[in-house]
Design a protein around this ligand. Structure first.
Ligand SMILES: NC(=O)c1ccc[n+]([C@@H]2O[C@H](COP(=O)([O-])OP(=O)(O)OC[C@H]3O[C@@H](n4cnc5c(N)ncnc54)[C@H](OP(=O)(O)O)[C@@H]3O)[C@@H](O)[C@H]2O)c1
Length: 259
């Protein structure tokens, strides 16, 4: 899909990665409908034009917020959905409050699942459509300190993989983007210190935005950023994408028995 053909609903559009994505997509000629909890998109510094052309204020942790975004995106004739909203969680499992676990799973996993489900009837009517889940290398590689966050992103990768296979043969392509640690407000000083101590590199958000555009323009189903993270992801889950074509029997059964 060319940039000029994309009408992108972008959640997390007010975040560090989301703002870079909005700018890169707009520069490629895409129209962007941003989503965030603020009343309006953050002002784009040093931009000749506002990259986010339209805005929906919504709390995606609430069912009502998900419904509002789905309605606005359908009316706006979106053909691309990028799920970039997310919450961080870092620290020892033993001291992670249950409320934080619930909030992270709600925002990072249940909200994108619910929004995708709500938008599917609309997307299936478009001649071509794409859904990109912004996962994480930490969703494919279990790293101490990120058990809760990693669980939310592993869930997202698993959801995307099954849905991609379920929707093969339709006009909707399901993709995942897996950034590694990235320099945004998402990572507090504790994560920065952890990264320094463990030799973990951090990308600029613009690198993630560029990878998103490549993913949307190309035929790849997944894209992970950075070395050695990409290698670790491959070693962790060798052959996963190769199995994509082995599910036609499963899909036919589902089609014949939809409920
Ligand atoms: N930064 C990293 O190191 C890194 C690495 C790998 C993957 N990722 C993933 O990349 C995505 C973007 O991360 P980032 O670094 O840009 O984080 P960020 O700067 O903290 O931005 C987070 C975004 O999520 C939105 N959000 C959070 N809770 C929401 C809710 N309940 N309803 C609606 N929007 C909500 C925020 O919107 P508000 O304006 O409403 O707060 C904001 O736009 C996340 O999914 C994250 O997991 C990040």
């Amino acid at each position: 899909m060319k940039g000029t053909e994309m009408r992108v609903v972008l959640t997390g559009a007010s975040g560090g990665i989301g703002q870079a994505m909005a700018e890169r997509l707009a520069a490629a000629g895409a129209a962007v409908l941003g989503v965030g909890r603020g009343e309006q998109p953050p002002a784009a510094a040093a931009q000749p034009a506002q990259p986010v052309g339209a805005w929906v204020q919504a709390d995606l942790a609430q069912a009502e917020g998900v419904a509002r975004v789905a309605e606005a995106a359908s009316a706006w004739r979106a053909n691309v959905v990028v799920h970039a909203a997310g919450l961080p969680a870092f620290g020892a499992m033993a001291t992670t409050p249950t409320a934080q676990m619930q909030a992270v799973l709600q925002t990072n996993l249940l909200a994108p699942m619910a929004l995708t489900q709500a938008l599917l009837p609309h997307l299936l009517r478009r001649p071509q459509a794409q859904v990109v889940f912004v996962g994480s290398a930490l969703g494919r590689i279990g790293v101490p300190g990120f058990s809760v966050y990693g669980a939310s992103k592993a869930g997202l990768h698993g959801f995307a993989e099954a849905l991609r296979r379920e929707l093969a043969g339709t006009s909707v392509r399901i993709k995942t983007l897996g950034p590694r640690s990235t320099r945004t407000g998402f990572n507090g000083s504790a994560v920065e210190a952890f990264n320094l101590a463990t030799g973990t590199a951090m990308d600029r958000p613009e690198a993630v935005a560029e990878a998103l555009l490549r993913l949307l323009e190309g035929g790849q189903a997944e894209r992970f950023l950075g070395f050695p993270e990409r290698l670790a992801v491959r070693l962790n889950g060798a052959l996963g994408a190769w199995l994509d074509n082995g599910f036609s029997k499963h899909r036919r059964h589902l089609e014949a028995n939809p409920s």
